[in-house]
Design a protein around this ligand. Structure first.
Ligand code: FAD
Ligand code: MLT
Ligand code: ZN
Length: 479
C-alpha cells in the first residue's frame, strides 16, 4: 500500500494525504460519536480531475474508497469500517459555486460546497435554494445528494432528488460522467442522475451538481403551537393545507421531552408558552414579496384550530428575531439530545393516517424493553416522518449496579431497534425516511425488503462497481 500512498501524494500533494492519527481523527468518527473506524489514509482532492485520478489509483490497487462530505451523516455511511484498509476521500476542498442562472433557475456547484453556502449564493441572486437541515452549516451538497436528504422544507419543495437537474460523477474505475446539462426536459434514456441520488457513495463519487432554484420567499408567518396530541397535529396539518395551500412550507412536530432538552441545553432558549403541553408543532407559511396577508391567514387557521380542539395555545412570531427563536427550538433538538447523552437514532416514515396510533403503540413496547427510556419524538410530521430518538433513562435502575443509563441504552439498542423496525414494517412504513442506511441500517433494511428488491439493488451495484470498491458495507450488507 506504500505505492498507493505515493501515487495519491503525486496526485493531490503531500499535504492532502493524511495518515497521522491526529490528522485523520475527525474523519473516522461520525457526528454521533458512536461509530468510529480506521482509515488507510484520508485524501483531500481539490478538483474533479484529482478525484478521478485518486479513484483510478485506488481501483488499480484494489483499495476501497469511502466518499465523505461534511461528515454529518447519522447512519455511519461516511466513516470507514474498523479494518484500516479503506481510503476516505474527502470532498471538503471542492467548494466552488460554478454558476448561478436566476432565469433558468439553476445553480451549478462543486459537491463539497456546504449547504448554507448554496443557500447564500442563491439568495445573493435573488432566489431560494429551499433545502434546510439542522446540519446545514456543515453538511455538503454532495452528501445531501448521496443521502437524498430531507429536512424541514420537503413538505413544499420535496426531497433532494426533486431539487437536482444533473450531476457530475467519478465512476468506480476513475472515468468521469458529465451529466451537468441541467435541462428540465431530457427523456433520452435511463435517468442516471436519479440513480446516483441516494446511492450513499456506493456507485461513484459525486463531484458536481446542477440544482433547482425557486422564487425567494421573503415573507413568513410562523407559530409554535401547543397541540393535544399527534392525531390533533395531523388534523391541524389537513386544515393548514386546505387554508394555506402552497404557502404552507413547514409543519414540524416535537414532544415535550424534546423541548425540555432544548430548554436545558441550548443557551438562551425559553418556552414561548405559559403552560407546558405534551406536543407542539412549528407551522410556517412563506410567500414572495407580493404575497400579502400571511399573518392573517395563520391567525385564522390557529383560531379555527383552537375552536376545533386541534390546538391549545400558540406563540406567533412578531419579528424576524422571534421567528429565529421559534425555529431554534426545533433545530436545536438533535444537538440538545447529543449533549444529554447517548441517543438511539430512529428515523421512520409511516402513512400519515397511522402516525398517531403508531406513537401510542410503540411507547409501551420501548418502555417494556428498557424501563424509563425517554422517547424524544420530533420531526417532519407533514411528511409522515418522525425521529423517534431514544435517550437513556434519566436515572437508570441499573445504575445501582455500577452501570449508567447510557450503557443500558447501548445494551438494549438492538432489541429496541428491532421492536421499532417490526412495528414500522407492520404499518407499511420505512425504517429510514431521510437519513439513508449507511453501515448502521444496511442489514436491517435488506431484511425488510423482498428478495426481488434486494436482487435488483445488488444488480445495479454490480453493474456500476463490479469490484465492490465504492463504500463497501454501506447501503447494502456484504453479499
Ligand atoms: P457525509 O456525512 O459526509 O456522508 C453521508 C453519506 O454520503 C455517506 O454514505 C458518504 O459516503 C456519502 N457521500 C458524501 N459525499 C459524497 C459525494 N460527494 N459523492 C458520493 N457520496 C458521498 N438529514 C436529513 O435528511 N434531514 C434532516 O433534517 C437532518 N438534520 C440533521 C441535523 C443534524 C444536527 C445532523 C448532525 C444531521 C442531520 N441530518 C439530516 C443528517 C445529515 O446532515 C445528512 O444526511 C446530510 O445529507 C449529510 O451530508 P454530509 O455532507 O455531512 O455527508
Ligand atoms: C432532524 O430533523 O433534526 C434530524 O434529521 C434528526 C436527527 O438528528 O435525528
Ligand atoms: Zn430530520
Amino acid at each position: 500500500m506504500t505505492d498507493l500512498l505515493d501515487r495519491l501524494r503525486d496526485v493531490v500533494g503531500d499535504d492532502h494525504v493524511l495518515t497521522a492519527a491526529d490528522d485523520v481523527a475527525a474523519y473516522v468518527v461520525d457526528w454521533t460519536g458512536v461509530h468510529a473506524g480506521a482509515a488507510l489514509a484520508v485524501v483531500r482532492p481539490g478538483s474533479t480531475d484529482e478525484v478521478a485520478a485518486v479513484v483510478a489509483a485506488c481501483h488499480e490497487a484494489g483499495a476501497p474508497v469511502v466518499p465523505q462530505g461534511g461528515n454529518t451523516g447519522l447512519v455511519a455511511g461516511g466513516v470507514p469500517d474498523a479494518s484500516g484498509s479503506q481510503v476516505v476521500l474527502s470532498l471538503g476542498r471542492m467548494r466552488t459555486v460554478r454558476d448561478v442562472d436566476p432565469v433558468a433557475g439553476t445553480i451549478t456547484v462543486d459537491a463539497g460546497v456546504v449547504l448554507a453556502d448554496v443557500q447564500a449564493a442563491a439568495e445573493r441572486a435573488g432566489r431560494l435554494f429551499p433545502m434546510s437541515l439542522g446540519s446545514e452549516g456543515s453538511c455538503t451538497i454532495g452528501g445531501n445528494l448521496a443521502t437524498n436528504a430531507g429536512g424541514t422544507a420537503v413538505l413544499r419543495y420535496g426531497m433532494t432528488r426533486e431539487l437536482v437537474l444533473g450531476l457530475e460523477v467519478v465512476l468506480p474505475d476513475g472515468r468521469v460522467w458529465d451529466g451537468l446539462r441541467g435541462l428540465r426536459k431530457d427523456n433520452t434514456g435511463y435517468d442516471l442522475t436519479q440513480l446516483f441520488v441516494g446511492s450513499e457513495g456506493t456507485l461513484g463519487v459525486i463531484t458536481g451538481a446542477v440544482l433547482r432554484l425557486f422564487p425567494a420567499t421573503t415573507r413568513h408567518a410562523t407559530a409554535w403551537v401547543a397541540v393535544p396530541g399527534v392525531a390533533a397535529a395531523v388534523a391541524l396539518l389537513g386544515l393548514a393545507q386546505e387554508r394555506a395551500g402552497a404557502h404552507l412550507s413547514t409543519f414540524e412536530i416535537a414532544n415535550r421531552q424534546a423541548l425540555e432538552l432544548v430548554l436545558a441545553h441550548l443557551p438562551g432558549a425559553s418556552d414561548p408558552l405559559a403552560e407546558p403541553s405534551d406536543w407542539y408543532v412549528l407551522v410556517e407559511l412563506a410567500g414572495t414579496a407580493t404575497d400579502d396577508g400571511l399573518d392573517d391567514s395563520l391567525e385564522a387557521i390557529l383560531g379555527d384550530a383552537v375552536e376545533a380542539d386541534l390546538a391549545i395555545d400558540a406563540a406567533v412570531a412578531s419579528s424576524p428575531a422571534r421567528r429565529s427563536a421559534l425555529w431554534a427550538l426545533r433545530e436545536g433538538i438533535s444537538e440538545a439530545q447529543k449533549v444529554e447523552g447517548a441517543t438511539l437514532k430512529q428515523d421512520v416514515t409511516l402513512p400519515i393516517a397511522r402516525l398517531a396510533d403508531w406513537v401510542d403503540e410503540i411507547g409501551p413496547r420501548v418502555a417494556a424493553a428498557l424501563p424509563g427510556v425517554r422517547p424524544v419524538t420530533y420531526g417532519h410530521v407533514g411528511d409522515g416522518n418522525l425521529h423517534y430518538n431514544l435517550s437513556a433513562p434519566a436515572s437508570s435502575p441499573a445504575s445501582t449496579e455500577g452501570r449508567d443509563g447510557d450503557a443500558d441504552l447501548r445494551a438494549a439498542a438492538a432489541h429496541l431497534s428491532t421492536a421499532i423496525y417490526d412495528s414500522v414494517a407492520a404499518a407499511n412504513g420505512s425504517i429510514s425516511a431521510e437519513h439513508g442506511l449507511g453501515r448502521a441500517k444496511a442489514a436491517a433494511a435488506a431484511s425488510y425488503k423482498s428478495e426481488v428488491e434486494v436482487d435488483l439493488m445488488r444488480a445495479v451495484k454490480r453493474a456500476l462497481d463490479p469490484d465492490g470498491l465504492m463504500n463497501p458495507g454501506a447501503l447494502l450488507p456484504p453479499p
